[in-house]
Design a protein around this ligand. Structure first.
Ligand code: HEC
Ligand code: HEC
Ligand code: HEC
Length: 145
């Protein structure tokens, strides 16, 4: 790709900084709240490299789902709607998650931190794992485990 062979990375960095200056701030990761940016219409990501997906999100998946854990404090809220806004179904099913509710095996926090399940994206291309509260609304944030 052309970007990999760009000579002047300072220029690329400057262009990114100018673009990012308008975006809402987050406390973790690269400091940008990308989800808020999308909701405010400041960015319009495509769902796949092939372009926008025309499929509608089935009604049954519109409500955020609670992924149960060992205690209520560690309950996770997962929104298909927010994810589908910029990812197609095959980004997650069937490789990362079983499509049956509670069908995903060994779905623990440890495994997430080692880059599985949610951790396949959250750490690399989406807000990082130390932003506990965004997945666990009842928890406080910690900077490390
Ligand atoms: C960002 C990842 C991600 C994307 C993208 C995604 N899903 Fe899911 N989906 C999940 C997770 C996580 C679960 C819960 C799995 C579990 O409980 O083991 C789930 C569960 C489901 C379920 C079972 C829900 C229930 O209430 O029975 C269905 C059906 C489903 N997904 C369909 C889809 C479809 C259709 C799409 C595309 C429109 C899609 N998913 C996109 C992560 C995703
Ligand atoms: C295929 C990649 C991918 C997977 C897998 C994935 N996410 Fe995300 N998620 C994203 C992207 C991209 C965003 C939007 C960018 C951002 O907020 O950093 C996002 C946004 C979110 C948000 C929205 C934050 C907000 O401010 O509302 C939450 C919460 C979230 N993800 C939780 C989860 C949970 C829980 C799982 C696992 C069940 C998961 N995600 C799996 C890519 C993924
Ligand atoms: C990107 C989303 C995400 C983030 C960020 C996140 N978690 Fe989790 N967490 C999960 C998921 C998914 C599970 C397993 C859900 C299930 O069992 O169905 C989980 C489970 C847990 C559990 C229950 C025990 C276990 O191992 O399954 C604890 C405790 C926990 N997380 C702590 C934390 C702490 C502390 C942080 C911040 C340092 C954090 N999590 C950040 C998604 C996340």
């Amino acid at each position: 790709m052309r970007r990999c062979h760009m000579q002047n990375t300072d220029d690329l960095q400057k262009r990114f900084e100018t673009f990012a200056a308008k975006l809402p701030v987050a406390n973790f990761g690269n400091g940008i709240d990308w989800e808020k940016a999308r909701q405010e219409g400041l960015i319009t990501p495509l769902s796949s490299l092939q372009g926008a997906v025309t499929m509608q999100l089935p009604d049954k998946l519109k409500k955020p789902m609670k992924l149960g854990t060992t205690s209520p404090r560690s309950d996770v809220i997962f929104s298909h709607e927010e994810h589908f806004a910029e990812l197609d179904c095959s980004s997650c099913h069937p490789d990362l998650f079983n499509i049956q509710k509670k069908g995903t095996q060994a779905f623990t926090m440890d495994s997430n931190i080692f880059g599985n399940f949610c951790g396949a994206c959250h750490m690399l291309v989406a807000f990082p794992m130390n932003d506990c509260r965004r997945c666990h609304p009842q928890m406080r944030n910690r900077s490390r485990f």
